[in-house]
Design a protein around this ligand. Structure first.
Ligand SMILES: C[S@@+](CC[C@H](N)C(=O)[O-])C[C@H]1O[C@@H](n2cnc3c(N)ncnc32)[C@H](O)[C@@H]1O
Length: 376
């Protein structure tokens, strides 16, 4: 089968790096998707282990398509009965980009009709009850080329299962994991989340330190596919559980001045199984001075979306810049849409890339630490 992994704009490189760890060497990225050959074992591992991806799909068909007859004929030819049980609820989501077929609801209903016709014939029934699990079929038509995808993950992979309370302006878990992947940080370097809020960066980092697979505590649609053997999931999960580390682990530091946010962060850290290694401090980040060498600090500071917030943001970002000066061998990674961030922070970034925090276009700035001077 062809497996297709989607990830948000700007973080494909991070997902590719994780795919390499699953021995997927070639997965060219096209329109935010990476396609490669695999079996259910690999599909399961992708869902359990990829911390940066959005969803995993199975590609069921690819064809040129400029009219509804072609769409219907190709969709009815797919062996839907291999995956979907007789009582499946079917949701069709078209994604139409610069194509002759540009009517959302007509594309949706033609596709659904073709799937239902096929299933009614195979299951020998007059109508489908659709009382069972809901499956999502994506019809992506870009420049008249159609890809039919069956969503294997279900809800987005950023939903790990540890966030049960929503705070203010929290990052999606897969964006936080991507920031870690796109940085120089690794589990052997000290880590600090300077504006931790509900704790997303600190928790994702701690999960990486403990080798806790991001998908261990959630459900997936593929377990409801008719031809899926749940023993595969059991094996992948027990192998992942066997890799979890519990002893002699470094601590992750996390700062915030808002007690309410920190209390949520503590609950999330406990839910994620990392409360033993995350140290939350109810303190301003300006007090951060580390005796540890060559650490990596992450910042998702307030963005100050209202005009009247601007003086506060300027002062905060300038103070944040001083934290860097106080910790010269640390690297600092910052995500913010504030366009004059570098000026306020006081130094130009060594690297930057465009990332989206939800719908907000941000820049992810890397300020690398000063190299250590060798002792003679
Ligand atoms: C955009 S939110 C961070 C959200 C976080 N990344 C998450 O996923 O939940 C910014 C956070 O910075 C905190 N903050 C503001 N000023 C601060 C300061 N001087 N030191 C530490 N934290 C601060 C706020 O309380 C808020 O929780």
């Amino acid at each position: 089968m062809i497996i297709s992994v989607s990830s948000a704009s700007g973080i494909e490189a991070a997902t590719k790096r994780e795919l390499l760890q699953l021995s997927v060497e070639k997965a060219p990225a096209i329109n935010g998707r990476m396609n490669f050959e695999g079996d259910y074992d690999l599909l399961t591992k992708c869902n359990i282990h990829l911390s940066t991806a959005s969803r995993i799909f199975i590609v069921l068909a690819q064809f040129k398509c400029t009219d509804f007859d072609t769409l219907f004929d190709n969709v009815i030819d797919i062996d839907w009965e291999t995956y979907l049980p007789e009582n499946a609820q079917i949701l069709v989501k078209p994604k139409l980009v610069e194509s002759k077929l540009n009517a959302f609801s007509a594309t949706q209903s033609v596709t659904k009709k073709a799937i239902c016709e096929r299933l009614k014939k195979v299951y020998k029934c007059e109508y489908l009850k659709e009382t069972g699990h809901q499956f999502t079929v994506e019809i992506a038509i870009t420049h008249d080329f159609c890809t039919v995808l069956l969503n294997a993950s279900g809800e987005s992979l950023h939903r790990r299962g540890y966030r049960n309370i929503y705070g203010e302006a929290q990052l999606k878990e897969n964006l936080a994991a991507s920031m870690l992947e796109l940085s120089v940080w690794n589990e052997f370097r000290p880590l600090c989340d300077l504006f931790t809020g509900t704790g997303t960066i600190a928790i994702e980092g701690a999960m990486k330190i403990k080798h806790i697979a991001p998908g261990l505590n959630r459900n997936f649609d593929f377990t409801h596919f008719k031809n899926y053997d749940n023993k595969i999931l059991e094996n992948v999960k027990s192998e992942a559980i066997g890799r979890i580390l519990t002893q002699n682990l470094p601590k992750v530091e996390a700062y915030d001045i808002d007690e309410k946010q920190l209390n949520i962060a503590k609950i999330h850290a406990k839910n994620a199984g990392v409360d033993d290694i995350v140290q939350f401090h109810l303190k301003s980040m300006e007090t951060f001075v580390s005796d540890k060498k060559r650490g990596v600090a992450f910042a998702n500071p307030p963005y100050g979306e209202r005009l009247e917030d601007r003086p506060y943001i300027e002062k905060l970002y300038r103070t944040y810049g001083k934290v860097r000066k106080a910790n010269p061998d640390w690297c600092f990674y910052t995500i913010t849409p504030v366009s004059d961030f570098e000026r306020l922070f006081g130094t130009r970034a060594d690297k930057k890339r465009k990332l989206y925090n939800g719908r907000i276009e941000c820049c992810f700035y890397a300020h690398l630490g000063k190299p250590q001077t060798p002792k003679n």
